[in-house]
Design a protein around this ligand. Sequence first.
Ligand code: NAG
Ligand code: NAG
Ligand code: NAG
Length: 213
Amino acid sequence: MNYLFFASYCLLPIISGALSTTEDPLSYRSIAGGYVTPKSKNTTTLLEFINSRSDLSVLAEELQNIGGFPTAFDTEPTWSFTFFAPNNDAFELHTGTYFNKFKSTPKGKWWLGNTLLSHYVPNTNLNSSSFNETYQRFQTASYLYVGSQVQDGEIILNNVATVVEKDISITKGAIHIIDRILDPSAQIFETDLPKVSQSFIPGSCSNQELSYC
Ligand SMILES: *[C@@H]1O[C@H](CO)[C@@H](O)[C@H](O)[C@H]1NC(C)=O
Ligand SMILES: *[C@@H]1O[C@H](CO)[C@@H](O)[C@H](O)[C@H]1NC(C)=O
Ligand SMILES: *[C@@H]1O[C@H](CO)[C@@H](O)[C@H](O)[C@H]1NC(C)=O
């Protein structure tokens, strides 16, 4: 083994640990002056929408603590998307101490980011007419599935979250407000359910030339 490499491998953590005593090792590093993509004036980004709604103030606040999300959600999209926005009730009434205690840990922050990806459907506008009385599933940006069904005229997700306001349209996006957080770890593995029609799997549009992007 290369000794220099070995030395840096063993010593760096010690040295950097000693140097960074003032920095909270559990917080995300703030990157100053990153590249910001230009936005057209007539655009409403997902972040602008969330910030404009008083019933989404907890989501707006939580977003600021998850590395990368404020920037990603404030980028003018060239792709279609659907976002199920958990409202203040979702955070305050329906989560309990598990969420509140866990959230302040690094794993909790990672979990929250991962969880929000389960509220985002890239490449497809799923509006209310995409759902009906059949229990169907659709795939989210976390690659996991969410169940959907119209029950008594209301759209219910994962048999628990109710869409309290539907079909809000922003630039390239369809937004629905929901009263529960969609927890990816609560995905139920059932026999194959029918799928809501949507564009090809999330994350697949790194190449915009592909026909389904
Ligand atoms: C916003 O404005 C740009 C240029 O002025 C235009 O090309 C684009 O279609 C507009 N977008 C929307 C969503 O109206
Ligand atoms: C939902 O989308 C379909 C197909 O894109 C469209 O025909 C319909 O008008 C939309 N409905 C609403 C409520 O936006
Ligand atoms: C709901 O939509 C799916 C897909 O379009 C269709 O196969 C199914 O029969 C519909 N269910 C009802 C109850 O209309």
